[in-house]
Write a new protein. Structure first.
Length: 729
């Protein structure tokens, strides 16, 4: 308990939620390095898109004043780097005195004149307004800083407060990667509180209902809550915060922590009442130490296999879930010594539960042939579903349909069109400059082609500044002058004077690289990967040998999630199965029984993934390594079964009698533990985050299959393949 007190400050920091970039990817990931290189050259690519809509028009004097006021207030936010919006945009005009830049609007601007200026500056118009002038767009970018992820919530709150102060909330919509991050943070917070409260309530009410003893309830509560607090404290001590995966840890520890307690209680209740409670308690703890230790180790192996994942979010989840499971085991013994002697053994629970198991086994023996045939076809159908299993990730799919992030996404697409940015870097060939005619014309050809793509929005890039300046100065001659190297060189020198803040965000002078920002719909990682491949092909055709095109910013990392998910699934399942096989063999010491135990427990995993295939449930972050975790959980009861079964065989029981005696001894704990596991993971189905609800749903499916496996498949397989002769046979 003292350790909990010491770790309390770190527990508080751990339960703050962070779903940002640094949580998902490893620091040495090549794409992460490219991402930060982009930041050094062009600044933070995290943009908040704010859309203001009015069905009539946003070109009114009232809106002009509001645009200017909002812009001024946004500029006062120290973390804001740049704003592109109607309140601070300039247009280039030409007069007898030369070319000059002036504000698009001021507090005295006439709507008709502003409209005329916009029609004369089509490049400016398409960035700020839709075609009917019923909506306008603000792009707010932020300064790069090492602690930006920690500041995001406060910064977004400031931005939204300013917009909501001047515009009705019903006509203001927000989008962008940062908005998605923050939405995930809020859902993770709500799910953490939900599972912590509901998980404890349901699990411990169930424990009290089963055992009807306050001492047992207290024993369970103190064991699991202490393990959870220490785990979260250490999590915070290492500088981590909860995310959409680690938010599951408390519920996992509640459910799995109670499993060891149930086996201890089952053994304790089986003992003779002739001895005193303290002797019985110590004997029960000693009898189940080895199987409980190895079930904990196999479960830990499943979670620790996530260390092979290239996703940091899964590595954190695996390590600290495994740590919590080990703490649950140690504390169940530590507190068992204290609390078990205070509760007398009870035969009632064992008798009632075992009676149910025995009734089921009688039914199974009576209809054994039909059960075998039915199980075979059921599993076969599930296995066929593996053919249709696919891997993909869609971030907006993590949200419930009624979430504001999802609603704003739809409203922005309706009022404005495609809006999510995709960053591309133009790298001129050796000896070329960014303002060379072939580079500028290539960029124009590229963006013109991308505008014809399905789901594509308006593009903006370094070349846009050259087009706007040429249009303002030379009018109809602008297109022809795109081929003039001398004219473009002069324009290149003038542009920084017209756009001193904006232009450096799209052209890096030192490296002579340019930035093009395309806007598209929010896509899944797989869809985006296909889209980027198409963009690169178009870019190759547009630039030829004059320049190369490279995806940059956040999106390439998002694309890599699909590859990482597949890699995580294969690696973690293989390593988990191997570790579990070795642990079970060390524990049981019988190669045949170890092989049968591992093989039968792969069936629930295959059933779960087959159902995913049939119902088009994608392998994504939520389910990336669920196979390894499920295997490690499902095998727990099998280990207890095999340990008792082999012990009885060593005493001279033949296989059939050993099976019957094992089921009579462990049947109640297997049934109770399975029911509690199923109920515990069922709670996750009600989570707000789809990652949480899918994790719970898929685990429940696997656990139901595992219960059938333990009570039906395993006994049938042992009867068929384990016919070793014994002394008493």
């Amino acid at each position: 308990m003292a350790s909990v007190f010491v770790l309390l400050p770190y527990i508080k920091s751990a339960v703050e939620v962070d779903n940002s970039l640094s949580v998902w990817f490893l620091k040495d990931d090549p794409e992460v390095k490219k991402y930060y290189d982009f930041h050094e050259k062009f600044g933070n690519d995290e943009i908040v898109i704010a859309i203001i809509e009015n069905p009539k028009s946003v070109l009114t004097s009232l809106y002009f004043r509001k645009f200017i006021e909002v812009t001024k207030e946004l500029e006062k936010i120290s973390e804001v780097r740049m704003i592109l919006g109607p309140g601070n945009s300039n247009f280039i005009s030409k007069s007898v005195f030369g070319v000059f830049s002036e504000p698009l609007i001021n507090i005295n601007s006439e709507p008709a004149q502003v409209k005329e200026n916009l029609e004369a500056s089509p490049f400016l118009k398409e960035q700020l307004f839709n075609s009917k002038y019923t909506s306008t767009r603000f792009l707010i970018s932020f300064k790069s800083s090492p602690n930006f992820d920690q500041q995001r919530t406060l910064i977004l709150q400031k931005v939204k407060t300013i917009f909501n102060k001047h515009f009705e909330s019903e006509q203001t919509y927000f989008g962008g990667i940062g908005v998605v991050y923050e939405g995930l943070n809020q859902l993770s917070k709500s799910d953490f509180g939900f599972f912590l409260s509901l998980g404890y309530l349901v699990m411990f009410l169930l424990i009290f209902f089963i055992y009807r003893k306050f001492t047992i309830l207290l024993y369970s509560f103190i064991t699991v809550s202490t393990a959870t607090c220490i785990t979260l404290g250490l999590y915070g001590l290492f500088g981590f915060q909860l995310n959409l995966m680690t938010v599951l840890i408390p519920c996992i520890l509640i459910v799995l922590g109670i499993m060891d307690i149930i086996h201890i209680l089952n053994e304790y209740n089986e003992l003779s009442t002739d001895k005193n409670n303290k002797e019985n308690a110590l004997l029960a703890l000693r009898n189940v130490w080895r199987p409980c230790l190895f079930t904990s180790l196999t479960t830990m192996a499943g979670f620790l296999s996530l260390l092979t994942s290239p996703l940091a979010i899964l590595q954190q989840f695996g390590v600290f879930a495994a740590l919590g499971i080990f703490l649950c085991l140690i504390l169940s013994y530590l507190f068992g010594v204290i609390f078990l002697p205070l509760a007398a053994p009870s035969k009632t629970i064992i008798f009632n539960t075992q009676k149910l198991v025995n009734s089921f086994l009688k039914w199974l023996n009576k209809y054994q042939r039909k059960v075998i045939i039915g199980s075979f076809f059921l599993f076969l159908v599930c296995f066929i579903g593996l053919i249709f299993l696919k891997s993909d990730t869609y971030t907006l799919g993590y949200f419930p349909e009624n979430n504001k992030v999802v609603q704003d996404d739809r409203k922005i697409q309706s009022a404005w069109g495609a809006y999510m940015p995709v960053e591309l870097i133009v790298i001129p060939a050796k000896g070329k400059n960014l303002h060379d005619p072939e580079i500028i014309k290539g960029a124009i050809k590229f963006t013109t082609a991308t505008n014809q793509m399905s789901g594509a929005g308006k593009a903006f890039g370094f070349h846009t500044f050259y087009q706007a300046a040429l249009q303002a100065q030379y009018g109809n001659k602008a297109e022809k002058l795109l081929s003039s190297k001398g004219t473009l060189k002069i324009i290149h020198q003038q542009i920084p004077l017209y756009y001193p803040t904006l232009f450096p965000s799209f052209a890096h002078e030192e490296s002579q690289t340019g930035r093009i920002t395309l806007f598209g719909n929010m896509l899944s990682a797989k869809e985006l990967n296909l889209k980027i491949d198409t963009l690169l092909r178009i870019g190759k055709n547009a630039f030829g040998n004059s320049a190369s095109l490279e995806p940059s910013g956040y999106q390439p990392m998002y694309v890599n999630i699909v590859k990482y998910v597949t890699e995580s699934q294969i690696k973690s399942l293989f390593i988990s199965a191997l570790l579990i096989f070795l642990l079970v063999f060390i524990f049981i010491g019988d190669l045949r029984l170890t092989f049968l135990a591992t093989l039968t427990n792969l069936i629930p995993v295959a059933v779960m993934m087959g159902i995913m295939g049939w119902f088009n449930i994608m392998l994504d972050t939520a389910s990336a390594s669920i196979a390894a975790i499920v295997l490690s959980i499902c095998i727990d009861d099998t280990i207890h079964f095999m340990y008792k079964y082999k012990s009885l065989k060593n005493l001279g029981f033949n296989p059939q009698k050993a099976q019957i005696a094992t089921i009579n001894h462990l049947g109640s704990s297997i049934l109770l533990s399975s029911v509690i596991l199923i109920l515990g993971y069922s709670l996750m189905i009600f989570g707000s985050l789809k990652t949480v609800s899918l994790f719970g749903l898929l685990t429940v499916i696997a656990l139901i299959a595992a219960l059938i496996d333990a009570l039906v498949v395993l006994p049938l397989i042992l009867a068929r393949f384990d016919k070793t002769k014994t002394l008493n046979q």
